[in-house]
Design a binder for this molecule. Structure first.
Ligand code: F6R
Length: 242
């Protein structure tokens, strides 16, 4: 695991966009793992800028999102399918048919989760997985207590995560209680995982992830087992590291 501490969001976005750009230049049909939430937004802005101004080409790439809410009607603006379309896919030249997410509205969710894992495998696995970090140490929506070997499946959100995400909805009541998420075992199979965290509210989770024991109580600590994980932080998020 490498830990990179940078002064601020602009430098983080630039470094992570460099990693995506290098990958696409070496492997134009790369498979990207896409996170939602606030943390990756500056990266998507920078990738959109490089596409527009320097022709960074996503035409042969594909993307798999990490997770999805259960119970939002199709087209809901906060469904992660919509969020990733708006924040990333519509702003570069990736084929919309090549951007997939777990299906939170399937009649048979376990079957849809298995199918999602099959799709990832058929594309050869994820080359570069972007991750944010929950204040409770979650990655994807693998909440504390998640099996370190878990695969894509349905999970319940804890109240802290629902409260953290209420800013995207009109009220806390509208935040779904359930999600489908890639598992920790799924995330571990990515060839390179880049986790971004900014702000003092992430400092404890960053400490637990980097310096705490490998433990299901901090799901992100599973990245200690990842063969190529980069933890990219601003100074506030790094402030509890020794
Ligand atoms: C989103 C996701 C979550 C977020 C995490 C941090 O797809 O999987 O793990 O990355 O909740 O969210 P932000 O970046 O909004 O602080």
């Amino acid at each position: 695991m490498e830990v990179v501490i940078l002064p601020g969001g602009r430098q983080i976005a630039s470094l992570v966009a460099d990693a995506v750009e290098n990958l696409l230049r070496n492997k134009p049909d790369a498979v990207l793992g896409l996170a939602t939430g606030s943390s990756p937004l500056p990266v998507y802005d920078e990738l959109a800028r490089r596409h527009e101004q320097a022709g960074l080409d996503f035409s042969r790439a594909c993307g798999f999102t990490l997770d999805e809410y259960v119970g939002l009607e199709p087209g809901h603006p906060e469904s992660y399918r919509e969020v990733i379309r708006r924040d990333f896919a519509d702003r570069v030249n990736i084929d919309p048919d090549n951007v997939l997410g777990p299906d939170g509205s399937a009649a048979d969710i376990p079957a849809a989760c298995r199918a999602y894992e099959d799709r990832i495998r058929e594309r050869g696995g994820i080359d570069l997985q972007l991750l944010g970090l929950g204040t409770d140490g979650h990655i994807g929506f693998n909440e504390p207590g998640s099996s370190l070997a878990s695969r894509t499946r349905i999970k319940s959100l804890i109240e802290q995560t629902r409260r953290d995400n209420a800013r995207f909805f009109r009220s806390l009541d509208e935040v779904p209680h359930h999600v489908v998420t890639q598992g920790l075992g799924t995330i571990l199979e990515s060839r390179h995982a880049i986790l971004l965290a900014t702000g003092a509210q992430k400092a404890q989770a960053v400490h637990d992830l980097v310096e705490g024991p490998l433990a299901a109580i901090c799901p992100a600590s599973v990245l200690q087992l990842h063969p190529h994980a980069s933890i990219v932080l601003d100074e506030a998020a790094a402030s509890s590291l020794k």
